[in-house]
Ligand binder design. Structure first.
Ligand code: UD1
Ligand code: CA
Length: 452
């Protein structure tokens, strides 16, 4: 069996009241549409056909090569949307899934089950239904006295009795492709809204004596469509709970799962501990035994084993094993802290390497620098890396000792084992094993080199 997947995402999402297209609103750190696209890929192992319309270019720019696109210029209804996608499907597949871009909580297992039932029952259409206490906004599933599905009626077209029905059309279908292709052009516009409704096909199939199967979903959360920002917040909570529960079952301690936010592409090792009010986004990886939080924010960083991150912000950085940072450390893009680095309160590191065992305890800024091993960076040290035009580099060699409140005016190099006095303004290179101090700092005396 060849399986294709069409995702409908041409609608405007008026009720979001936003200049951002609905399907680009994020759930955790990822645009809603990418959940549907990832799920599709996990079921079919190939990019889905995405029907785009409103803000099509914007959606395409975000989804990129993860999907194929068809443009539905005018949103004439779900039946019309599937019809415009058929040229991408008819030669390639005999069965096609149809889902929506605004249902991020749908699980791959549920779609696999739908396809399996479709094959097992030899149905022409297999659909998901959902039983809800509040049926508002959904099409109602019509069954005959024997329980066979005979059609779906949209809320606007439903009679008062039909409106009482609690089994609803989830809007997720599996179709036989040749039958679908032949019948899409036969859908008539709805008498009230003039739209071409996809569920019209259910009545047509039944009238031809074909089998239509509806499977009620077990977890009703899966088919929650996002229409408003209230739904968006609900879906975010559900996704947060799913992700956090999966990590807890995999051996991660999350002290307060309500306030821990972990993105869908984060990877955590066993015995990671996450304290309250901590957010871990992007493609961050965290090694075994590392503790993060409380109140920390980590974005797309690589973090080693037994690291301690306390009240800190870490963005696009690398922390090797046994690094300790915080409280109130800020690692910016390109910060790389080697094994055992200690960075205390109110420090900032950007685009710099700090070698193994280096210590930077208090109130320092290190930018565009290469710092060797076992360097001591005194309180208040600053690399003056920007001269107003260019970013310049600072090099501090192994075992150097930078006195408190030293200004390193880049480009500048502090040699191995050199020392600066408190309050120095370093404007010239300091040779190895030399003490320099003053404003501007000048070499004052040679230091003893360690005998090895
Ligand atoms: C649809 C179903 C309804 C079902 C409900 C479940 C129809 C006619 N009705 O109603 O039976 O209970 O889903 O959520 O199918 N879209 C396009 N192009 C269009 C129209 C829609 O791409 O021309 C996309 C929208 O972006 C949206 C999805 O299809 O993601 C659903 O469309 P919408 O108009 O919201 O249908 P519902 O009223 O939710
Ligand atoms: Ca909808």
């Amino acid at each position: 069996m060849q399986l294709a997947h069409i995702i409908l995402a041409a609608g405007k999402g008026t009720r979001m009241k936003s200049s951002l297209p609905k399907v680009l609103h994020p759930i955790l750190d990822q645009p809603m549409i990418l959940y549907a696209v990832d799920t599709s890929y996990r079921v079919t192992s190939r990019p889905p056909v995405l029907v785009v319309g409103h803000a099509a270019e914007h959606v395409q720019a975000v989804v990129g090569e993860r999907a194929e696109y068809v443009l539905q210029e005018e949103q004439l209804g779900t039946g019309h949307a599937v019809k415009v996608a058929m040229p991408y499907v008819r030669q390639r597949a005999d069965v096609v899934l149809v889902t929506y871009g605004d249902m991020p909580l749908l699980r791959p297992e549920t779609l696999r089950h739908l396809v399996q039932v479709h094959a097992d029952t030899q149905s022409t259409i297999t659909m998901l239904s959902v039983v809800l206490d509040d049926p508002h906004g959904y099409g109602r599933v019509l069954r005959d006295a024997q329980g066979n599905v005979v059609g779906v009626v949209e809320e606007v077209d439903a009679t008062p009795e039909q409106r009482q029905i609690r089994e609803l059309n989830a809007g997720i279908y599996c179709f036989d492709v040749p039958w679908l292709d032949e019948h899409l052009p036969r859908i008539q516009p709805s008498p009230i809204k003039g739209e071409y409704y996809l569920p019209e096909l259910i009545g047509m199939a039944v009238a031809e004596g074909r089998r239509v199967t509806a499977i009620p979903v077990e977890d009703t959360d899966e088919v929650v469509g996002i229409n408003t920002r209230v739904h968006l917040a609900e879906a975010t909570k559900i996704m947060q709970r799913r992700i956090n529960e999966a990590w807890m079952l995999a051996g991660v301690t999350i002290m307060d799962p309500q306030t821990a936010y972990i993105g869908p592409h984060v990877q955590l090792a066993q015995d990671v501990v996450i304290y309250p009010q901590t957010t871990i986004w992007g493609d961050t990886r965290v090694g075994e035994g590392t503790e993060i939080g409380p109140q920390s924010y980590i974005l797309s960083s690589t973090i080693g084993r037994h690291v301690r991150i306390f009240h800190s912000v870490v963005e696009h950085a690398i922390l090797e094993d046994r690094v300790e940072i915080g409280p109130f450390a800020h690692l910016r893009k390109g910060a790389h802290l080697a094994e055992g680095v200690h960075m205390g309160n109110f420090g900032e590191v950007k685009n710099s390497y700090l070698g193994p065992g280096t210590k930077m305890g208090h109130f320092s800024y290190i930018g565009d620098a290469h710092v060797g091993a076992n360097v001591n960076i005194g309180a208040g040290t600053i690399t003056c890396n920007y001269d107003g035009v260019r970013k310049n580099k600072t090099v501090i060699e192994d075992e150097a000792f930078i006195g408190s409140d030293t200004m390193l005016v880049a480009p500048v190099r502090v040699g191995r084992g050199a020392k600066t006095g408190a309050g120095s303004v370093v404007t010239r290179d300091i040779p190895p094993y030399t003490l320099a101090y003053g404003v501007p700092a000048r070499p004052k005396r040679r230091l003893d080199e360690p005998t090895s």
